[in-house]
Design a protein. Structure first.
Length: 337
C-alpha cells in the first residue's frame, strides 16, 4: 500500500509571542500541536536576545523550559552571513566583520549553540555584496567564505542551510543554486522561501522555475507568502522593513500548491539524504510575518501563527503530504499514562 510523503512541521517560535518570552513562545507552539521550533529571538527573563547572544545559563533555562513544553529545536535561526562581504560604504546599515574574525567567533559560536540545543541544522545567508553591484561579480569571495563556513559546520557534524533572500549574493533561486554548485560541499543545503522571491517582483511561474533550479540542493523550506498589490520592478534593492503584505500560504502569489506538489516528489530522496547526516527528516519551517516583517525577523502573534499553520495544513492535505500534530496519545504519553 502506497503511503504519502511526510514532512516535519516547525516554525520560528518568536513570531508567535507578543513579548517574545520563552514561556509565550513555547505555550503557543505546544497549543498549536507543534513539537519542533526554530530559535531566533527569545527572552528568558533578561531581555530579548538573539540566540547568538545567549549565555550558558540562559541556554540551560531555555532547555529546561522547552522540555516542560515537549519541544525540540529544529534549527538555529542564526543571522550568519548577514554581513558585508567588503568594507565599503554603500548607503546601507549592514555591518562588516573581517572574515577570519567572523569564522573564529560567530561561526564557532553558532556551532556550539547547535550542539547545546541538540540541533543539526543552522540557518544562514550568502553575504551582502555592495549595493548596486552585480552579485555575480562577488561570487568568488562568497563561494570561498561559504565553503569555509560549510567546512566548520561539517567538522561539528552540522548542516548549514543557505536561505534565499533579497539584497544578498544569493538573492534569487538561480543565483543561490549557482552558489551551491560552486561551493560543492556536503554540509551545505539550500532553504527555499517563496515570499523572499515574490517580494522582488517575480511571477509565480518564475518562482517555480527558481524552485526547480534550487531543487538539487534543497534541505528544507520556509513557509511564507506574499501578495504584491502593485507590480514591482525586478532587480532593485528591497527595503525589507517596508514590506507589509505577507499572507497565509494558501492566499498569496507564491502558488504553494504547485511548489509543494513538486516538493512531494523530492521528499523520499531528500529524507534519505538528510537522515544520513543525522537529521530526523524534512522540515517545513513556518515564518509567516502576518503582522509584519523586516531584515532580521518578523511577527505574526499567536493568532497569526495559528492562521498560518492551518493554511499550510490545508495545502499539505490537498497535495497529499503527511505531517503530525500533537494528539491525545501524545498528551497521555507526556503524562506517563
Amino acid at each position: 500500500m502506497a503511503t504519502n510523503p511526510h514532512v516535519i512541521l516547525s516554525g520560528f517560535a518568536d513570531e508567535a509571542a507578543n513579548q517574545k518570552t520563552a514561556v509565550e513562545q513555547f505555550a503557543a507552539f505546544a497549543a498549536l500541536g507543534l513539537q519542533y521550533y526554530s530559535i531566533r529571538f527569545i527572552d528568558v527573563g533578561t531581555g530579548i536576545k538573539n540566540v547568538m547572544k545567549l549565555t550558558k545559563a540562559e541556554i540551560q533555562k531555555v532547555r529546561h523550559l522547552q522540555d516542560e513544553f515537549g519541544l525540540n529545536v529544529s534549527s538555529i535561526g542564526s543571522p550568519i552571513g548577514k554581513v558585508k562581504l567588503q568594507d565599503v560604504d554603500d548607503g546601507t546599515h549592514n555591518v562588516y566583520v573581517p572574515f577570519k574574525q567572523y569564522l573564529s567567533r560567530e561561526v564557532k559560536k553558532v556551532c556550539e549553540l547547535a550542539h547545546a540545543f541538540e540541533a543539526k541544522l543552522i540557518r544562514g545567508f550568502s553575504f551582502y555584496h555592495p549595493r548596486g553591484d552585480d552579485p555575480r561579480d562577488h561570487f568568488p569571495q562568497a563561494v570561498d567564505q561559504l565553503g569555509q563556513i560549510a567546512e566548520a559546520c561539517h567538522r561539528s557534524d552540522l548542516t548549514f542551510g543557505l536561505e534565499v533572500e533579497p539584497n544578498l549574493v544569493g538573492e534569487n533561486g538561480y543565483l543561490l543554486a549557482d552558489l551551491y554548485r560552486q561551493v560543492n560541499h556536503p554540509a551545505i543545503v539550500l532553504v527555499f522561501d517563496a515570499a523572499n522571491i515574490i517580494v522582488q517582483g517575480y511571477s509565480s511561474a518564475e518562482l517555480l522555475e527558481q524552485f526547480q533550479a534550487m531543487s538539487p540542493g534543497l534541505g528544507w523550506l520556509h513557509i511564507k507568502d506574499y501578495h504584491n498589490p502593485e507590480p514591482v520592478a525586478k532587480g532593485g534593492h528591497i527595503d525589507e522593513d517596508t514590506l507589509a503584505n505577507f499572507v497565509p500560504a494558501d492566499q498569496g502569489d507564491s502558488a504553494h500548491e504547485a511548489i509543494l506538489r513538486q516538493f512531494s516528489r523530492l521528499l523520499p530522496k531528500l529524507q534519505r539524504r538528510l537522515r544520513r547526516r543525522g537529521i530526523p527528516g524534512v522540515f517545513l519551517d513556518l515564518e509567516p510575518h502576518l503582522k509584519g516583517g523586516g531584515q532580521f525577523g518578523g511577527f505574526s502573534g499567536p493568532d497569526g501563527m495559528g492562521v498560518a499553520l492551518r493554511a499550510l495544513c490545508r495545502v499539505l492535505d490537498y497535495v497529499g503530504i503527511d505531517y503530525h500534530l500533537r494528539d491525545f496519545d501524545d498528551v497521555k504519553a507526556a503524562r506517563g499514562f
